[in-house]
Design a protein around this ligand. Structure first.
Ligand code: PA5
Length: 462
């Protein structure tokens, strides 16, 4: 199991001004948390609650279909290219970076056990797209276009570019090189996939993009590059069972949600830093930033009051960002909760050879890089403690499919609980939709003429 250590947010450790009386707060919020957890678990099967992500760990059917497809296409492609943005890409990036061998795309096919390289195109930078097309042979590429709505401008424009090129290069058979993951019934991509005869997978109803990593959105790309998705599902189920515990003393998602909520509302610390001490976990922070920001950044609460709430998530990487952000975290405004992620045991041990006796570096010889990275995590935590900065530490026993899935699911539940504490709708994203609609208007989509006019007027005044 992954663990959470929150003693460095306690006022006994960092003082009354910046710390919380954890014992008292846990007992004050005991019933509220119990009610929230019961309520989430009761509502999760109801339509329209956007809580179907809580059932994804048990979706054996999807696992079966995904594995069957991955086995069928094994050996046929050199590259997997995922087209998607936001929740349709970030989970995929985070998990493949964490679980595939580092520098995967630079390894030989033998080193990759015959598995393909994987690329995510989650932006619409013309230079990047052109660059990627020079790197991959589309004839040997399986494209997985992922969009729940089926109409996101970024993803669908990428799809149109790639589809056109593939058709030119492969003729009619290009259809075998495209697999679509989208809504079961609605959306333009679903319509196109049916017309063109693509293989399809489903983004289930009531699962928002940022909560979709354990649906076919994530599972398909993972299985295509050989990640053990059953191990992942076991991690999710295991964590789900643990987080059904309604007692805050035994529920790490509830603990971290409450800590962040109270630090924001009582102590004015509305920045949440996610700082893994593991390069493989670097993109977990990007995924967390989206999850936390889109879910909790809301204008109105559930009663329609204007609240403009939401702690701002920040990504950092240990030890790298000790040499950039830590100065600010130690001595700048005391307005953050820092989440360290530690790895108890790395897959490899790298020794530092004892080749110099200079006082300044000689001490490193004979130690391991493993010791160094964890010593740096410890020293940064203690330095922050000296400055009375609140930190929590999440520890993963190892970076593997089981524990990474546990971590992601725990953070999803933590977000849902935090949303209930803020009394907001965790699962909508009106602010994102607003920008999407403006883009449609600017790019001349039919039906958006009035918005385009208003927008052009606003822009000329700027
Ligand atoms: O979390 C979300 O809902 C968003 O970030 C979406 O994933 C993102 O906007 C992409 O949407 P779609 O999957 O419809 O293309």
């Amino acid at each position: 199991m992954i663990t959470l250590n929150y003693k460095n947010v306690d006022e006994k450790v960092i003082g009354k001004e910046h710390g919380l009386n954890i014992e008292k707060e846990f007992s004050t919020y005991k019933d509220i948390i119990e009610k929230i957890i019961k309520d989430l678990n009761q509502r999760k099967d109801k339509k329209g609650q956007w809580l179907q992500w809580m059932n994804l760990g048990y979706n054996e059917e999807t696992v079966w279909y995904v594995k069957e497809f991955a086995a069928m296409v094994k050996g046929q492609f050199d590259n997997i290219l995922v087209l998607g943005i936001g929740g349709s890409a970030l989970g995929g990036i985070a998990v493949t970076e964490a679980l595939l061998k580092p520098y995967w795309n630079l390894l030989t096919p033998e080193q990759r056990n015959g598995m393909p390289r994987i690329f995510f195109l989650d932006n619409i930078d013309p230079d990047q797209i052109s660059g990627l097309l020079e790197v991959i042979d589309l004839k040997r590429t399986l494209v997985n276009v992922i969009t729940k709505s089926g109409s996101t401008a970024e993803t669908m424009s990428q799809y149109m570019i790639i589809k056109d090129l593939m058709e030119q290069q492969l003729g009619d058979s290009y259809r075998k090189n495209i697999v679509a993951t989208t809504d079961q019934q609605t959306g333009i991509l679903r319509q196109l996939a049916n017309q063109e005869g693509y293989k399809t997978f489903v983004v289930p109803d009531d699962v928002g993009g940022r909560f979709s990593v354990f649906s076919a959105v994530g599972l398909l790309p993972f299985a295509l590059v050989g990640i053990d998705i059953e191990d992942m599902m076991n991690g999710v189920k295991d964590m789900d069972l643990a987080l059904k515990n309604t007692d805050i003393h035994n529920n790490i998602a509830a603990q971290n949600a409450l800590i962040h909520y109270l630090m924001d509302t009582k102590k004015g610390k509305n920045l949440s830093v996610m700082m893994p001490y593991s390069s493989r976990l670097k993109y977990i922070s990007d995924w967390y930033v989206q999850l936390w920001a889109e879910s909790l950044g809301k204008e109105e609460d559930s009663n329609g009051n204007k609240v403009n709430c939401g702690p701002t998530p920040i990504k950092a990487l240990g030890a790298t960002d000790q040499h950039s952000q830590i100065q600010l975290y130690n001595e700048g405004p005391n307005d953050k909760v820092i989440n360290f992620i530690r790895v108890a045991e790395f897959d490899k041990t790298v020794e530092i050879p004892h080749i110099f006796d200079y006082t300044g570096i000689g001490y490193l010889g004979g130690k391991t890089i493993n010791q160094l990275i964890n010593a740096e995590a410890d020293s940064t935590r203690v330095a922050l403690l000296d400055y009375k900065r609140p930190t929590v530490t999440i520890t993963l026993p190892r970076v593997n499919a089981f524990s990474v899935a546990q971590l992601l699911y725990m953070l999803e539940v933590q977000t849902a609980i935090a949303g209930e504490l803020y009394n907001i709708n965790t699962f909508n994203q009106p602010g994102v939709e607003q920008a999407k609609n403006y883009t449609y208007a600017l790019m001349g989509r039919a039906g958006y003429e009035e918005s385009a006019k208003a927008l052009t007027e606003k822009m000329t005044k700027q």
